[in-house]
Design a protein around this ligand. Structure first.
Ligand code: ATP
Ligand code: MG
Length: 180
């Protein structure tokens, strides 16, 4: 039975685009795929991971939601303006020109609140990216210019990652509003 009370679930916090914002980034995929090959992230999976928790006991999910509700973040805009490539994992991604201070504060607040509630997190430096292609091979490190895409973030979300056949499926479990 999926999700019986104490089976672990794979969890992360993310920024989740609306349909328009998502479509604007999926428009980057065909020209980049033509150049570098690989597999395009299906559009309903495009996201920006804020904090990755990995396996969490299902019975702790309520506590996790309550912890995230303690955060009083503020809404912000995130502008993706560059396509970039990580050679070590063959991921081609959309990157913002800069990290808005409100976003940096949000990630920091999330990490602090999760640690305070004794959740284990992966504390790598936060490098905002949206994975566009996996298994890509770009010969040239200079990728073509892309039309900038703005995400207007009024909330952040808690997402469950579920293995589905060969890949994964994401389920948004809860949304946490950011103050306007
Ligand atoms: P795949 O593993 O097939 O690439 P996925 O990465 O889309 O699938 P998950 O592995 O469940 O799905 O990861 C969910 C999100 O968390 C992705 O954005 C992924 O980049 C990020 N993530 C996964 N593992 C870590 C980690 N150890 N540290 C930080 N972020 C991670
Ligand atoms: Mg993964």
């Amino acid at each position: 039975m999926e999700n019986s009370s104490n089976s672990p679930v794979r969890i992360f916090f993310a920024l989740w685009p609306n349909e328009t914002e998502r479509a604007a980034l999926t428009a980057w995929q065909p020209p980049l795929k033509k150049l570098c090959g690989g597999r395009a992230t299906p559009d309903d999976r495009l996201h920006n991971t804020l904090v990755f928790l990995g396996e969490v006991e299902a019975e702790r999910l309520e506590a996790l939601k309550l912890a995230a509700q303690e955060i009083s973040g503020a809404a912000f805009q995130l502008e993706f303006d560059t396509a970039k490539y990580w050679g070590h994992n063959h991921i081609l991604y959309a990157a913002p020109g800069s990290v808005p201070p409100k976003l940096a504060l949000l990630v920091n607040a999330l990490e602090q609140v999760l640690l305070r509630h004794h959740f284990k997190i992966d504390r790598r430096e936060y490098k905002p990216h949206v994975t566009l292609l996996r298994h890509a091979h770009c010969r040239n490190s200079t990728l073509p210019e892309m039309p900038p895409v703005v995400w207007n973030m009024h909330d952040f979300v808690l997402v469950k990652s579920v293995s589905a056949g060969q890949g994964v499926r994401y389920e948004v479990l809860e949304r946490f509003p950011l103050a306007e």
